[in-house]
Design a protein around this ligand. Sequence first.
Ligand SMILES: [Zn+2]
Length: 254
Amino acid sequence: MIDSHCHLEQNAYANDLDQVIEKCKKEDLKAIVSVCADPKDFDRSLEIIENYKNYVFLCASIHPEFIKEISSKQVDEYFERLKETRKKLVGIGETGADYFWVKEENWREKQKELFIQHIELSKELRLPLVIHSRDAWEDILKILEQEDAKNVLLHMWGSKESEHLKRIVENNYSVTIGPIIARSKNHKRIVRDIPLENIMLETDSPWFGQNGEKGLPTNVKIPCVEIAEVKKLDVNYVADMTEKNTIKFFSLEI
Ligand SMILES: [Zn+2]
């Protein structure tokens, strides 16, 4: 198994990251993709991939939630850093839009502009895209299609529209499925309707912990078991296949 989306640079792991990584290795996780979504976390993120070489891999971007706090000068400077450190990255993301947290039309427009800048960066650097799309489902798909984005991974996709699912399959986009599937009929339906070749496991740790605890990458077991149940497949087969999907998608060198 691989956790294809979590945030190891978060303060929640400031004191126990060594133990967390040990536990992941013990519980058979082959790799972890950590997502840095804030320029101020980038140095710490680089330190982490240096410390756990060929085990923790890094995606980087500016999260759409931070749209009101970031200036265009900061965007430019950060993008320059990402270009300089291209060799250390496996993807651009999470980028996209978040209409749950951002309600004002002008700020939503700004999110879309920043999203398009990220798509352009991913093309320039030849890196895959990891997308955050909370409540912005239609706009996200429209922009991805307009911009002709290829290697696309939709994180926490939650639209209830069947038409959206059809477009995801037609465009050959992938999705990551997290522990939320255990209590979500909608996520079970998404898994049912998307081919296994386009599904990966995630936890979004340290969020989505179980029983009030902080989340851990080892929780990928939860979506793995649920996917096996929905698709009536052996759980080991799902673990293997999703692992292969992640390695291929991000070209991981493990
Ligand atoms: Zn995330």
